[in-house]
Design a protein around this ligand. Structure first.
Ligand code: UT7
Length: 315
């Protein structure tokens, strides 16, 4: 398979670090030096599904394809207003497609996991054209009085259209159960048969543990995916990493021994938009004309679970 088109959408509301300092005991200096985030796009009166549909339509247009030509839609999402129906079905209706669709929840690594699911469908000969949409609103998960988490996130949707080709060289995934490091509980409906106390807990994170996991997992995934592709670290033209923390990106970059210009970033004005980070960054680089035909690109992401993954592709 190959990536034939990309699209992305950000909410219009921009929240700067100084705006957060108005109601949180934090500062632009702390957030900038510890994370690299200066501002983030936050959902206000938008609906996530509308953003997902718009990102999908942009990717289809970029690929020169209509929704009717799609054989499969994969949507990566952690949280949205519906528990059911699945977000991919809502997107399917919104863009006017008729193909089967599934949702996956692989936290911030969702785009890489979606690529892997798509690859299986290509290898099984089941599909020609696949749409991946990552749509996330992590700002609706965090406690906005908790300065340790809410300053990190932003919202957005990113999409990619896949067509037949030999451009995705390898995808490597990993999972390592760690439910006490990054998690959130939600309340379900009461029943006459459930005795346990219902609790609703916003996003909880042991930041330093996640940081260490991220660096280790991403370095390993990237090395494994490059080795399987027969591509050296020096031969890679662009490393597109999950935009969780600029210090995580820098540490992985040092491990790989690669120059800063190979690592395009948008964390400064986007923050961490979970699985949407990778396709949004991919789309922004694509539309800026950063990629030349034949460029080697590494995508890598990690998140709650823990889960992580890397993909090597040729543009
Ligand atoms: O998609 C995956 C999602 N998550 C991640 O990738 C997160 C990975 N982890 C991180 O990025 C970093 O661990 C954080 C940015 C979350 C935190 O940075 P840190 O350098 O690990 O800081 P820390 O948690 O060790 O906290 C240092 C101090 C603490 O104060 P004390 O205990 O030393 O007095 C915190 O209370 O900084 C304090 N602090 C803040 N101060 C001002 C924590 N958050 C803030 C804040 N503003 N927003």
């Amino acid at each position: 398979m190959k990536i034939a088109g990309t699209g992305s959408v950000l909410p219009k509301k921009v929240v700067t670090n100084d705006m957060l300092s108005e109601f949180l005991e934090t500062s632009d200096e702390w957030i900038t030096t510890r994370t690299g985030v200066k501002s983030r796009h936050v959902i206000s009166d938008e609906k996530l599904e509308d953003m997902a549909i718009e990102a999908a339509n942009k990717a289809l247009e970029n690929a020169g394809m209509t929704a009717a030509e799609l054989d499969f839609i994969i949507c990566s999402n952690v949280v949205n207003e519906y528990i059911t129906p699945q977000l991919s079905c809502i997107i399917q209706g919104g863009i006017g497609a008729t193909c089967p669709c599934i949702d996956i929840n692989c936290a911030c690594a969702g785009f890489i996991f979606a690529l892997d699911v798509a690859e299986s469908h290509y290898k099984a000969g089941k599909v020609k054209n696949v749409l991946i949409v990552c749509a996330e609103e992590p700002t609706r998960m965090t406690d906005w009085t908790d300065r340790r988490t809410c300053v990190l996130f932003g919202d957005g949707a990113g999409a990619a259209v896949l067509t037949p080709g030999d451009n995705i060289k390898d995808v490597k995934l990993s999972s390592a159960s760690a439910t006490d490091k990054l998690w959130q509980y939600r309340t379900l409906q009461p029943t006459p048969y459930v005795n346990k106390e219902e609790i609703d807990v916003p996003l909880q994170m042991k930041g330093q543990d996640v940081f260490k996991f991220a660096v280790k997992a991403a370095s390993k995934d990237i090395s494994r995916a490059l080795e399987a592709s027969g591509v050296s670290t020096d031969e890679v033209d662009h490393y597109l990493l999950h935009q969780a923390n600029i210090r995580i990106i820098d540490t992985i970059r040092h491990f790989l021994g690669q120059p800063e210009e190979k690592f395009p970033v948008n964390i400064h004005d986007h923050g961490n938009s979970s699985s949407s980070c990778c396709p949004i960054l991919l789309d922004e680089c694509n539309r800026k004309g950063l990629f030349k035909e034949g460029d080697k690109i590494v995508l890598s992401a990690f998140g709650a679970g823990f889960v992580s993954g890397a993909a090597v592709l040729e543009w």
